[in-house]
Structures are given as structure tokens and as C-alpha cells.
Write a protein of this length. Structure first.
Length: 188
């Protein structure tokens, strides 16, 4: 089997805090997702691994999605599968966002973003890639800190108490929200 890569830029509206939150949860769900696929119509089989990043510009959130495929190079089949997978993940993200718990808002000017060593990375913390300092590994190699006290915002105890914590800027605030941990799926 051949291994090949492709990618997409998928735009989401991001003019409200809720829209940014939903887009970040979608990114969290697709990043690192792996699927073994057998096409019903053709019987073609392939494995696909997704990685995701993001950008923000002028009220638009851009999901940067990369797929590494192990199988026949069939761009149309992969496109159809990816669209279907994203539709399902959007529904799951909407359900998770509906169960959110606000953990607070902080003046964005009081928050700084620093790279952290691998042993301090938190996979349960989702922060937009565009906030990463130069040289930081995304999406988990940096964290947000209170600029005055050097305490992580959110702190480890808060992260430990929730399934996932999403932290993002909106206007002049840094918003911190908890959602339930995503369910593990057997993707068919």
C-alpha cells in the first residue's frame, strides 16, 4: 500500500465566543483521530490519521486539517469520508459545548503564553495554536499563565477536575470553559 498526504483549510464563523469554542472543540476531536475505512461501494480499504491546527483572522476560524493515508490514492473517496467524519464530529462537538461549564474570564492583557517542557504538557487543555509562542510545539507544548504570578491559567487542579478545558481569547477576555471528555469511539 502507498502512503500519501493531503490537507484542507476549513473555515468556520468566529464572531462570537460560542462560535470560537465550537470550532476549537471540533479541532480537538479531529486532531489525532485515526480511522480504518472500508468503502461500502467499492470495497477499497485505507487507514487515515488526521492532525489539525488552526488560524484566526478577521472573524474567521480556519481549521488546518492534514490527512496521512495508508492505501490507494483516491482523493474523491478520502474527501467524501472526511466530510462525513467532520459532520459527525460537529454534532458531537455541539453536544459537548451544550454541556459546558464556565470556569471564568480573565483580562487577556493579564495572560501570557509560554512553551512548556514535554512532561508539563496537558492533553486535556485546548488552546488555539495561534497563541503559541515562537518555538513551542503545538497543540500541547505551551500553556497560558497569569502574567503577574506565573501561575498557570487554568491551573492543574482545574484541569484534573474536568474532562477537557478549552481556553481562548475573545475580544479583550481570556475565556476558560470545561466540557465533558469526548467519548472514545470505534469509528466505522
Amino acid at each position: 500500500m502507498a502512503t500519501w498526504n493531503t490537507g484542507w483549510e476549513i473555515e468556520f464563523p468566529a464572531t462570537t465566543a460560542d462560535e470560537i469554542l465550537l470550532a476549537l472543540v471540533i479541532r480537538d476531536l479531529i486532531h489525532g483521530a485515526s480511522f480504518d475505512v472500508e468503502a461500502e461501494e467499492t470495497g477499497a480499504e485505507f487507514a487515515v490519521d488526521y492532525t489539525a491546527g488552526d488560524e484566526f483572522e478577521g472573524g474567521t476560524y480556519r481549521l488546518l486539517l492534514v490527512a496521512e493515508i495508508d492505501g490507494p490514492e483516491d482523493a474523491a473517496l478520502l474527501q467524501a469520508f472526511t466530510e462525513q467524519a467532520l459532520e459527525e464530529l460537529i454534532e458531537e462537538a455541539e453536544a459537548l459545548v451544550a454541556e459546558r461549564t464556565s470556569l471564568g474570564e480573565f483580562p487577556l492583557s493579564d495572560v501570557r503564553f509560554d512553551a512548556v517542557p514535554e512532561d508539563e504538557e496537558r492533553w486535556d487543555l485546548v488552546i488555539p495554536d495561534w497563541l503559541a509562542p515562537d518555538g513551542a510545539e503545538v497543540p500541547f507544548g505551551f500553556r497560558s499563565f497569569d502574567a503577574a504570578s506565573d501561575v498557570p491559567v487554568p491551573d492543574n487542579a482545574t484541569l484534573d477536575a474536568h474532562g477537557r478545558v478549552i481556553a481562548f481569547p475573545f475580544e479583550d477576555q481570556f475565556i476558560v470553559v470545561a466540557i465533558p471528555a469526548p467519548q472514545e469511539h470505534d469509528h466505522d
